[in-house]
Design a binder for this molecule. Structure first.
Ligand code: TNX
Length: 524
């Protein structure tokens, strides 16, 4: 009898061991951004034991996750009516699960099933993004079909985590933009700001002003053919991003950075003459004329773009208007802000607009900062060193909020070091450590935390024209910024970050990302 029991026991242990291998526990997974709370159950779940998905409330998010699950695991799961506790991925939307943050989620993985809980579908999607990264990071390990069990209770440090693509200096088509959206979505970016207009090109169709794209859309830096998005293209991009819970923010820059418009409509110029097209990379030489025609023009543009933009923000630029008369500049900012509000949107502008009469709820994007040891070669460079902070102080006094984007730390178009072929270096160089290893509350201690809506890493395109170029400047820095935006700074450590990011190389290879192999990382 005793022997029999022993044999049965041994069989059980052997078969169990076969079923559930011992794998690294869930805290050791190289998540980026790293979740704010993780608890391990010290066991494992076989991924293809999940055969169904349930959701009691919203079908849209269930379909999104079902499709992404199937693309990722290459196996089908079916939607079923009621949750079962074996082989199921259950999605629960429960209004009571608030945690004072709409993106908060609870991801619970046990040996037999998975559940994602949040107060709304956006939070559920953030939980899914964590699960997706977990499944992918396991792919290159022993027992790739298993994921560790545990509970992740997570929510972001900042509700606004953005990147920007300048589609004006060089045009990127709809497919290139969708690819960029896919790549940044993996890192829980939730806003994409598009620089739609600049001296070198006008990239959005305005039905009441067709010459903007017929003339202004046909140029770009270096003399290439340019391009533009029709309003249908733009709606398509907005919808594509929405399915990844990313909100598009359009930027129509006024009153400077407007040569493309000035070369399309003569009446926007004070001398009534069309400007020549511009394909160089200088800044600060163009301005709209302060006249009635211009404000009708701005009203029409803001009206049309707002109508196809479901998000709450509209970016009015406002930077580097060096040839606009100071009085005119103030009038441009305040009148354009009122127009934007009239069409139901909140204003974002570069920090320069802090000196003007801004409207309530305006967000100032802090950019005008260079590194402390940046050699000032020219007296004009002095203006960059901390002009941004002065503008922000002005703007905050008038009720403005702040979006953190210092050029010295967060500009994706800046060279990693002196050897980087792409990019600029006016605020200094930004290697991976400079990008990651700092804290907003220490660097900008003079800005109260409650004034800060979040972070944005902009990618200007003077020196880039292909998706490979985009990749090279974006990876690995964008994951660093995403973690600054998501993970509490007390939980971020440089050494730990570089050991995690090394594993993301496999994810990037899978997606054909032309990343920069930073020498600061030991790429395994
Ligand atoms: C400054 S950032 C600019 C852009 C340039 C960028 C290049 C800002 C508001 N203005 O026009 O493209 O530097 O790094």
């Amino acid at each position: 009898m005793k022997n029999r029991i022993l044999i049965v026991l041994i069989c059980l242990i052997v078969s169990c061991a076969k079923k559930t291998p011992v794998i690294d526990s869930i805290e050791k997974i190289e998540f980026i951004p790293y979740p704010n709370n993780i608890e391990s159950y010290e066991s494992a779940l076989k991924i293809n034991s999940i055969l169904s998905i349930t959701n009691k409330s919203e079908l849209e998010i269930t379909n999104i996750i079902k499709k992404e699950w199937e693309d990722l695991t290459k196996s089908n799961i079916k939607i079923i009516e009621t949750s079962i506790n074996k082989g199921n991925l259950s999605i629960e939307i429960d209004e009571k699960f608030k945690l004072e943050n709409k993106e908060a989620y609870l991801l619970d993985i046990d040996k037999k099933s998975i559940s994602i809980k949040s107060s709304n579908s956006e939070g559920v999607y953030r939980g899914w993004q964590t699960l997706k990264q977990l499944i992918e990071l396991r792919k290159n390990k022993e027992h790739p079909n298993f994921i560790p069990t545990g509970k992740i209770l997570d929510y972001p440090e900042y509700n606004f985590r953005a990147t920007m693509l300048d589609v004006s200096r060089h045009f990127f088509n709809v497919d290139q933009l969708k690819r960029f959206i896919d790549l940044v979505s993996d890192y829980k970016i939730n806003y994409l700001h598009l620089g739609l207009t600049n001296d070198q090109g006008w990239r959005i169709e305005i039905k009441s002003r067709p010459k903007l794209t017929l003339i202004g859309g046909k140029t770009e830096v270096g003399g290439g053919k340019g391009g533009y998005y029709s309003q249908e293209d733009y709606k398509n991009i907005v919808e594509y991003a929405r399915n990844k819970f990313i909100t598009i923010i359009p930027e129509i820059n006024i009153p400077g950075h407007t040569n493309a418009a000035l070369s399309s409509y003569a009446k926007l110029n004070c001398d009534g003459k069309l400007k020549k097209a511009y394909t160089g990379t200088n800044v600060g030489f163009s301005t709209l004329c302060n006249n009635n025609y211009t404000f009708e023009f701005i009203d029409d543009v803001v009206k049309e773009v707002s109508a196809i933009t479901p998000g709450e923000y509209f970016h009015i630029g406002g930077d580097e208007s060096h040839v606009t008369k100071p009085r005119d500049y103030l009038e441009f900012v305040s009148k354009t802000s009122q127009i934007v509000n009239k069409y139901g949107k909140k204003v974002i502008g570069w920090d320069d607009i802090g000196i003007a009469d801004i409207t309530t709820n305006t967000v100032l994007q802090l950019w005008n900062i260079t590194q402390k040891d940046k050699v000032v070669t020219n007296i004009n460079d002095l203006k960059y060193q901390d002009k941004g902070l002065k503008n922000i102080r002005d703007g905050m006094r008038k009720g403005g909020k702040v979006l953190i984007s210092p050029a010295s730390k967060m500009y994706l178009d800046i060279k990693y070091d002196s050897l980087t072929k792409l990019g600029l270096n006016w605020p200094g160089y930004i290697n991976l450590k400079t990008a990651y290893d700092w804290k907003i509350e220490e660097e900008f201690s003079q800005i109260p935390k409650k004034k800060i809506i979040g972070i944005e890493a902009p990618l200007w395109s003077e020196t880039i024209s292909t998706s490979q170029d985009i990749d090279y400047l974006t990876f690995p820095r964008l994951p660093a910024y995403s973690e600054i935006g998501w993970t509490s700074s007390s939980k971020r450590k440089w050494n730990n970050f570089i050991s995690r990011i090394a594993s993301h190389k496999y994810l990037w290879k899978e997606r054909n990302i032309n990343y920069y192999p930073s020498p600061l990382v030991h790429w395994k």
